[in-house]
Design a binder for this molecule. Structure first.
Ligand code: NI
Length: 254
C-alpha cells in the first residue's frame, strides 16, 4: 500500500496521457494520490481531477513562484475553492528565496495571508521552503498552525527535529535516491518513521532509475524502497507507515 502525498497531476505535462498515468499508479499499488494546486487555475483543475477519480484528493493554494499575481480577488477565490469537497489541505504555500520568481516581500505577505485562511478553515498546510528555512520556521511558529507537512524537505536533521516538534511531518521526495543525497539521507536516518511522508512532486524530481524522465506517482515505490534501505526496514513497512501518516494528516478514509 502506497500513497503519493504530493503530486501535480493537474499540470499540463500530464494532459496527453493523464488517464494512463493514473492507471499505472493503481497497478503499482498506489492507493491515493494528493494532487497539489499551485495557483488559482491549477487549483481548480486539481479539484476537477479529484471529482473525477475516487483515489485522488486535491489541495489548493498559491505557490511562492505565483505570489506576485496574488491579489485580494485571487485569494478570495482560492479561499472559496478550499471549502470544496475532497480538498484535504491548503498549499502548497511558502517561500522560495532560491529562485525569487516573485519578490521576496510579496512572497512573505502572500504566505502569511494564506496561513490565516488555512487557520480559519482548519486545514493542514503544505509548505514549500527553499533557501528560506529560518523565516519559514519563524512564520509557521507565529501562525499558530500545528498541522501540516514540509514538502520536499531540504533542511538538515536539526531543522527536521524543529519541524516535528512543531507538529509537522517531513516529506521525502525522489531525490533521496540520488548518489549525493547525504543531507536528505541524514534526515531520513534521524526522523522517526511516524513523522515521514513520501511524495513524488511529479512531474519533477524523478527518482532513480527513471531520473531524467518525467516523474509520475507509480515511481513512488522507488522512493519508498530507498527510505526503507536507509532505515533498514522492509519497504512495505515504510510504505504502510507513510501511507498511514498521510491518511492521518489529511483525514483520508482507511
Ligand atoms: Ni510541489
Amino acid at each position: 500500500m502506497l500513497i503519493d502525498s504530493h503530486a501535480h497531476l493537474e499540470m499540463s505535462e500530464f494532459d496527453h496521457d493523464r488517464r494512463d498515468v493514473i492507471g499505472r499508479a493503481l497497478s503499482a499499488g498506489v492507493e491515493y494520490i494528493i494532487t497539489v494546486g499551485t495557483n488559482l487555475e491549477l487549483s481548480q483543475k486539481a479539484i476537477s481531477l479529484a471529482a473525477e477519480y475516487d483515489n485522488i484528493f486535491a489541495t489548493v493554494g498559491i505557490h511562492p513562484h505565483d505570489a506576485a499575481a496574488a491579489d485580494d480577488e485571487i485569494l478570495r477565490q482560492i479561499k472559496e475553492l478550499a471549502r470544496q469537497p475532497k480538498v484535504v489541505a491548503y498549499g502548497e504555500i511558502g517561500l522560495d528565496f532560491f529562485r525569487n520568481i516573485s519578490p521576496p516581500q510579496k512572497q512573505v505577505e502572500v504566505f502569511s495571508r494564506q496561513m490565516e485562511i488555512a487557520r480559519e478553515l482548519n486545514l493542514p498546510i503544505i509548505i514549500h521552503d527553499r533557501d528560506a528555512h529560518e523565516q519559514v520556521l519563524r512564520m509557521v511558529e507565529e501562525s499558530g498552525i500545528r498541522r501540516g507537512v514540509f514538502h520536499c524537505f531540504s533542511g538538515d536533521a536539526k531543522m527536521a527535529k524543529k519541524c516535528v516538534d512543531l507538529g509537522f511531518y517531513i516529506s521525502i521526495p525522489g531525490t533521496v535516491t540520488f548518489d549525493k543525497a547525504k543531507k536528505i539521507t541524514d534526515v531520513v536516518e534521524n526522523v522517526p518513521l511516524e513523522y515521514i511522508l513520501l511524495e513524488t512532486d511529479c512531474p519533477y524530481l524523478t527518482p532513480v532509475p527513471y531520473r531524467g524522465k518525467r516523474n509520475e506517482p507509480s515511481f513512488i515505490v522507488h522512493t519508498s524502497k530507498k527510505v526503507a534501505q536507509i532505515k533498514s526496514l522492509p519497504w512495505q513497512d515504510v510504505a504502510r507507515a507513510a501511507a498511514d501518516n498521510t491518511k492521518k494528516l489529511f483525514g483520508l478514509k482507511n
